[in-house]
Design a protein around this ligand. Structure first.
Ligand SMILES: [Zn+2]
Ligand SMILES: [Zn+2]
Length: 247
């Protein structure tokens, strides 16, 4: 089993996958705006719906910057991914002819990553203050969150992304296999999506005052499962393998 190694913890502003570059000024600045409420903008939300979230680099960066500034208070990501996973769960509610084709169309993205689409990448200049850059690039908090919840998101890891025989499929690989007609266990994939959604809704609810403290580690792990399911596990696997030891 892979586990994080505390002794091999990388420097706080370690590289962000997939190509290994740290977050640029422009990316940190944009993500700061995002977590300050920009994510609630209706046009932004429509874009995030069309893209099923963000590309692998920016979905991990969204979690990482949120955790860096908000110390594990991942309310914004919980709201966004509870919304996306609810749509995914509902997309499976199909019957009748050609339902696999219709599901494939429902789960396919119809727009690019919103942050990439702003022209933002590893080389983007921006207006983030030096203090914000230091905080925003620090991945200690998100690595702590991943480590703490690992037993609960590992079972959702996509076999195609990880190159293993594991049955789960992320959304991009699910769409690919639906298109090829090679997917063998649709009921199992549906159960995975329903399980992630149920726990993520519990996590999202726990941010309401009257439900404060009701979330479990499994509920928090569902946020990682949702990001991996929506965007694929490329960036998360990069982080895991960079931090992992094999027992
Ligand atoms: Zn992107
Ligand atoms: Zn995958």
């Amino acid at each position: 089993m892979m586990e994080f190694s505390a002794s091999r913890s990388a420097s706080p502003d370690r590289a962000i996958p997939p190509r290994g570059e740290p977050l640029s000024d422009g990316e940190v600045g944009f993500l700061w705006w995002f977590i300050q409420g920009g994510i609630m903008d209706s046009e932004v939300r429509a874009h995030l719906h069309r893209g099923w979230g963000l590309c692998p680099r920016h979905s991990f960066a969204f979690l990482a910057v949120n955790a860096a500034f908000c110390h594990h208070y991942l309310h914004g990501p919980a709201v966004l991914y509870a919304d996306l996973m609810t749509r995914a769960r509902d997309a499976f509610a199909l019957s009748g002819p050609l339902h696999e084709t219709r599901l494939q169309h429902r789960l396919r993205e119809s727009g690019p990553c919103h942050i990439c689409n702003q022209g933002l990448g590893p080389a983007s200049a921006g207006f983030a203050s030096p203090e914000h850059l230091v905080i925003g690039r620090n991945t200690d908090n998100i690595l702590g969150f991943l480590r703490e919840t690992q037993p609960f998101w590992m079972p959702a890891l996509c076999g195609r992304c990880s190159g293993t025989a594991a049955a789960p499929r992320c959304r991009p690989h699910l769409v690919e296999e639906l298109a090829e007609g090679t997917l063998r266990d649709l009921a199992r994939q549906r159960a995975l999506v329903e399980n992630i959604t149920r726990h993520l809704l519990n996590y999202e609810q726990s941010f309401r005052w009257e439900f404060n403290g009701t979330d479990t580690l499994e509920d928090r792990g569902a946020l990682v499962g949702a990001v991996g399911w929506c965007s694929g596990w490329e960036a998360l696997l990069h982080v895991i393998s960079d931090q992992a030891v094999t027992h």
